[in-house]
Ligand binder design. Structure first.
Ligand code: SF4
Length: 97
């Protein structure tokens, strides 16, 4: 079945995106993955960041500073803006959730 997009529907959609850019961008960010944090990065080194925590009960997935979805392998961290950290990772800034 051929679906027709009416001019009115198109204009409503454009207006909605224009009115709610933060919602749209926020939704896109929620699904976008960031570049992975390089453990050789100066800040990562300073905080002794590693992709695989040596302490089972302390990892990025259960750190208060992790802002991603702990069921995913990678996600953002407040300490390293613009980078994803490994959910199984760890650094010296770890704080219990
Ligand atoms: S602060 Fe450290 S332990 Fe916590 S999520 Fe970020 S990188 Fe992982």
């Amino acid at each position: 079945m051929k679906q027709v997009i009416t001019r009115r529907k198109l204009l409503k959609t454009i207006a909605l995106v224009g009115v709610c850019p933060s919602i749209t961008i926020g939704s896109m960010k929620a699904f976008a993955s960031l570049p992975k944090l390089d453990p050789e990065n100066a800040q990562a080194k300073a905080l002794q960041y590693i992709h695989q925590s040596a302490i089972a009960e302390k990892n990025c997935g259960n750190c208060r500073l992790y802002t991603g979805d702990a069921s995913q392998d990678w996600g953002p961290c407040a300490i390293f803006p613009g980078k994803d950290v490994a959910t199984a990772g760890w650094c010296k800034a770890w704080v219990a959730k």
